[in-house]
Design a protein around this ligand. Structure first.
Ligand code: ZN
Length: 391
């Protein structure tokens, strides 16, 4: 039997908002159609009338489920380098605690209306939860190695972990410009070169990353000294990390640049000029948690750039909730319109992950999930807006 839901607004994402629209959903969760108010095809008695905005299920394009046990354990506002040092110090814990936190984080995302996730992994810890979950996961198997001599071994170990993730969708990715040497980029390039893999990388989350690349100065020199890693081989590049690293990546890869908190106007021009498939992921709450700074989002607002949203991990966020990211975004950038940013939270993430045939918009035949956002003001969010998963 077809179920009908109506609300003050329906945001199908692929088409314009529908005031007092009605969404028809089939028995297995497939969208049958979106109707205008008063459509003659619909029997009014069967409509479930709701207050708020109906939107497709959310897509979280950047998370680290395996760090969920670090919830409330890492201090805020320290800046990125002390944050990383704290994660390194605290990430090892007993396996039961790690596993329980992963299970509960997956459940939390499900309840918050998330239907698909791009999730960064350094271990196999999340595999059982992902296999059992109703959420779609793509696992980014993350490689970290700044020492050229160790690059081959790190790449090989990453390849083994990638195989261990079978049959889940996964790809090998570099962690960040300050932790991946040219040699490791080269191995990844060869690997991605054939298939056009999804390649996600943390980008310019701290100004120290640019200082390292431009002048070989800043906090990462001390960071590597403390880890007893000699970075003598690294030469300053006289340009920002983004401009140095994008050319090292395969031309066929679908690149997701995550954070972009210290990306400059020049870097944005570079992105626009370079003939690469680049998407941009913002994680507003994590940026405030770690660096207490937001990316200059207005620089990225040009038509053809695919912008997505992520929560990052519970090590740097109070919750794994895309609505909460949208609320922070709109609070800091009141000129943004929800009818636009809702695409960042749904269809654009689905497009990046290559799953937009099923997810991301309320279009006939898709099974994108259905969320109700309550406590809204017309087509705007309020501080009290909440998400309720309907399907
Ligand atoms: Zn991250």
């Amino acid at each position: 039997m077809i179920k009908y839901y109506s609300a003050d607004y329906v945001l199908p994402v692929s088409t314009l908002p529908v005031k007092r629209g009605i969404v028809a959903v089939g028995v297995s969760g497939e969208i049958v159609n979106v109707y205008e108010d008063g459509s003659p095809e619909i029997d009014k008695k069967n409509i479930e009338k709701l207050d708020g905005i109906l939107v497709p299920g959310f897509v979280n394009s950047h998370c680290h489920l395996e760090l969920s046990h670090l919830h409330k354990k890492i201090p805020q506002d320290t800046g990125l380098i002390p944050f990383i040092e704290n994660v390194i110090k605290n990430r090892h814990s007993n396996q039961q605690e790690i596993d329980d936190a992963i299970i509960s984080a997956d459940k939390e995302m499900y309840e918050n209306g998330v239907v698909a996730v791009g999730d960064v992994c350094n271990t196999l810890a999340t595999k059982p939860t992902k296999l059992a979950s109703s959420i779609y996961y793509h696992s980014f198997i993350e490689l970290i190695c700044f020492d050229p001599e160790k690059a081959k071994d790190v790449f090989r170990a990453g390849g083994e972990l990638l195989t261990d993730f079978d049959p889940l969708n996964s790809s090998l990715v570099p962690h960040a410009p300050y932790t991946v040497c040219k040699e490791l980029f080269r191995y990844l390039n060869k690997f991605c070169g054939k298939s056009g893999e999804l390649l996600s990388i943390h980008n310019q989350e701290t100004e120290e990353e640019n200082k390292l690349y431009r002048y070989k100065l800043g906090g990462f020199l001390e960071f590597y000294k403390n880890l007893n890693i000699d970075i003598e081989f690294f030469k300053p590049q006289a340009r920002n990390s983004l401009q140095s690293c994008i050319p090292l990546m395969s031309k066929k890869a679908k690149i997701l640049l995550v954070h972009n908190t210290y990306t400059s106007m020049k870097d944005v021009y570079f992105i626009r000029r370079t003939n690469r498939d680049i998407s941009i992921c913002f994680c507003p709450n994590a940026n405030l948690y770690i660096e207490n700074r937001m990316p200059k989002i207005e620089m990225f607002l040009f038509d053809d750039l695919n912008i997505t949203l992520g929560t990052d991990s519970l090590a740097s966020n109070q919750k794994l909730c895309i609505l909460s990211e949208l609320k922070t975004l709109h609070k800091n950038f009141p000129e943004l319109a929800l009818k636009d940013t809702i695409a960042w939270a749904t269809l654009n993430g689905a497009k990046y992950l290559g799953i937009d045939e099923k997810f991301g918009s309320l279009e006939p035949g898709k099974k994108p999930g259905l969320n109700l956002i309550t406590n809204v003001n017309g087509l705007s969010l309020t501080a009290n807006s909440e998400v309720k998963k309907l399907i």
